[in-house]
Write a protein that binds this ligand. Sequence first.
Ligand code: FAD
Ligand code: UDP
Length: 370
Amino acid sequence: MAKNLVVGAGISGAVLASLIAEKLNEKVLLIDRRDVVGGNAYDYRDKKTGITVHKYGPHIFHTNNKEVWNYLSKYTKWHYFFLKPNAMIEGNICNIPFTLTTLYQVFSRNMAEKLEEKLIKTYGYGKKVPILQLKEQNDDDLKFLSDYIYENMFVNYTTKQWGLKPEEIDPSVTARVPVYVSHDTRYFQDKYQGIPQNGYTKMIENMLDHPNIKVKLNTDYKDVKDSFDRVFYSGAIDEYFDYKYGELPYRSLKFDIQTIDKEYYQNSVVTNYPNNYDFTRITEHKYFLDEKSDKTIISVEYPEAFEVGKNERYYPISNQKTQELYEKYKNDADKIKGLYFIGRLGGYKYYNMDLAVEKILEFFNKEINK
Ligand code: FAD
Ligand code: UDP
């Protein structure tokens, strides 16, 4: 029987370990250098308040992929949840993404009506328009609108988040939050959306609760002495190769988690602050699972540069240069038999959880369960 090692107990590593255990009926050792499973989706129940906290930032599961939804649904029931964040613009709370509804929150009725008509006429109701695309408009009204949204929602948030202007980062990043020609004020429109009823950590623990799976925490790959037929590595690919071609850059975050002695702090789960302060957003955790307490827990999110040994890798900084560097590592990796890089760090990709799971299901069916 093949000996399998999975490095990293995030959602990618956990799904793969469960597939090997269940579908191949093979033994698998899953290690993580942290003292918990869950990777960046890790959450925990705060003992004093009973509130479930997303330690590494707000995580909302959303997908159009029924297979992915069904796979995870074997390990959790769902708390049905639609993310409707707010943004603080010119001292007022409004909806984000910028929708037709937002027009009426930031402009006079007459002006909002005019812009609504123009947007619908130009793009059609229900269209999603990335801000950098809207900025290419020559029409005076749309030019005014795109400048307004760019200045008030995007340029300062992106500069805080990435240390770069929207034009200087991969356009797919700001396109994650397009201007939405609709009155649908949800952040995502996917068919399936929710939060695991007992949290992400519990969902992942359920996935790993199998006689073929052994989990070893506080264990770094470099401390593993045994040899394995297959190694699935969801850590950073440049670290695996001792940075021999140089470091792949990442953006990191610092979370200031605070318990506040009042029932609610803000009126939505996430409030973005594009233009004020050094943080980007504040998350109020009790909203995720509609938990009740006379106290509340918030986390204030400060972007910062990633430095090896100092903080965590969160977002790959994708551009042509970093992609070429990644490919150099990937070429070396492909030459090593039985070694596979998986997940957000292994693939150096800005994956949401659903795509991380989709990629693992696809990889398992194509490469492993042939
Ligand atoms: P990770 O979760 O990063 O897991 C990798 C694991 O490998 C870690 O536990 C790490 O400790 C371990 N590891 C690394 N190297 C080693 C080593 N050498 N030895 C041992 N262990 C090692 N997605 C959504 O779908 N919805 C959201 O709302 C959402 N919000 C997000 C908010 C933030 C702030 C961030 C940063 C991400 C968000 N995501 C969201 C994305 C989501 O976090 C990822 O898709 C998901 O965590 C990827 O899982 P993974 O297993 O590939 O990687
Ligand atoms: N963004 C912005 N202003 C906002 C929200 C998002 O400029 O109020 C930009 C920013 O560049 C950010 C990107 O859109 O990095 C993607 O935002 P998303 O909310 O998807 O980021 P995540 O939740 O993954 O951190």
